[in-house]
Design a protein around this ligand. Structure first.
Ligand code: PLP
Length: 383
């Protein structure tokens, strides 16, 4: 009998995938998956369909097209002041997922420990398992889910080699502050750790303060790789276009791993992606206003149903404390919401290694306004 590799042990269909199937079976609204259901910029689609024949349809260089890397470098500089040399410090990747896989492959060895701040985006755990890396959890406490020094220091041991941070955060919506990043910087420097910062939601935040890129704080730049994605900012996750930026030495190693894993990111889409990255500030303002509206409406629905939604500072998820339902786990809460209100959400357990301290569920608001309105009406009448 052909054997399945040990690294796949314990990796099954994700909770998100399972909830999607249940939603289909029951005819429930799916607020579980983080799949964006809002349309991409109209100008990008129009140019894409007009010009697709003329684009390059072969491989690009493993590091990606120069036009794409230049557009990434310009955009991150414009939005957060992060300075990266397009020729040597930027790599086009197959989504941020591909960027993370290549980074872990290139910079860490089997058995190395990686700090994960709970709650964390669940793909991190799968990505670590695929490389036989050891997840080392640090529990963050709601409602603000801020990084503090003591628990971080307590989690570090002789095998810890890296940490993954995420801001704006999926699922908590928290944006890391300069103070938190100073802590990350000091601890990383002291233990000589690699810092992987996932900033795929950099353009989706609420409030006036611009995105704070981790690599611009303290001494983080020299030991930090920044993961980005066009999927969230331009509502094109299916294009599988992302990037990783960082110190030249690290990027040249990640380039080798990315080449070995997937050869290159989709070349014709890199050309179109470069145009998306050059959209003006009006585009981003409208994007944030749209998500702000959706987040408020959905939060009002959960609150009207007697639950306690958080107030996300960024990303497109609500992380809702369902204690008031009288349940102890997010699994129970998600089940009740599904059965009684026909609204599919993700149990908080999906974002933790051990049981969370409260019964959380995550609800995605990257869905059309009419879906949000219907979810609100079902929540109010059903819970
Ligand atoms: C925090 C976070 N990182 C990375 C990704 C994956 O990004 P991509 O689609 O570019 O691989 C997601 C997608 O939901 C995410 O929420």
């Amino acid at each position: 009998m052909v054997k399945i590799a040990n690294r796949l042990r314990g990796l099954q269909q994700s909770t998100l995938g399972a909830m999607t199937v249940r939603c289909q079976e029951l005819g429930a609204l799916n607020l579980a998956q983080g799949r964006s259901q809002v349309p991409p910029p109209a100008s990008l689609l129009a140019e894409g369909s007009r010009d697709f024949k003329e684009l390059g349809h072969s491989y690009s260089q493993p590091e990606g097209l120069a036009v794409f890397r230049e557009a990434v470098s310009d955009k991150v500089k414009r939005h957060s002041g992060l300075s990266v040399e397009p020729a040597t410090q930027v790599l086009a990747t197959v989504g941020a997922t591909g960027a993370l896989a290549a980074t872990l492959t290139a910079l860490l060895d089997a058995g190395d420990g990686v700090i994960l701040f709970e709650p964390f985006y669940s793909y991190y755990l799968s990505a670590l398992k695929m490389q036989n890396l050891r997840p080392e959890p640090v529990r963050l406490v709601g409602p603000d889910f801020a990084i503090t020094e003591k628990p971080l220091r307590a989690a570090i041991n002789g095998r810890t080699r890296a940490m993954i941070i995420c801001s704006p955060n999926n699922p908590s919506g928290h944006r890391l502050t300069a103070t938190e990043l100073e802590i990350v910087s000091a601890v990383a420097e002291e233990h000589d750790l690699l810092v992987i910062t996932d900033e795929v939601y950099e353009d989706i935040y609420f409030g006036p303060a611009p995105h704070l890129a981790a690599a611009t704080v303290g001494n983080l730049e020299e030991r930090t790789v920044t993961l980005g994605s066009l999927g969230k900012s331009f509502s094109i996750p299916g294009w599988r276009l992302g990037y990783v930026c960082g110190p030249e030495l690290l990027i040249s190693a990640i380039r080798i791993a990315a080449d070995a894993l997937v050869a290159c990111a989709p070349a014709p889409l890199q050309e179109l992606g470069a145009r998306a990255l050059s959209l003006g500030e009006d585009y981003y303002r409208d994007l944030r206003a749209m998500y702000d509206r959706k987040r408020r409406t959905l939060a009002e629905g959960f609150a009207a149903a007697g639950l306690s939604p958080n107030e996300p500072e960024g990303s497109y998820y609500l992380f809702v404390d369902c204690s008031r339902m009288g349940v102890t786990t997010g699994v129970e809460a998600a089940e009740i919401l599904l059965e009684n209100s026909l609204v599919g959400t993700v149990p908080g357990e999906a974002f933790y290694l051990a049981a969370p301290d409260r019964p959380y569920i995550r609800a995605c608001f990257s869905v059309p306004d009419d879906v949000i309105a219907e979810a609100v009406s079902r929540l109010v009448s059903g819970v």
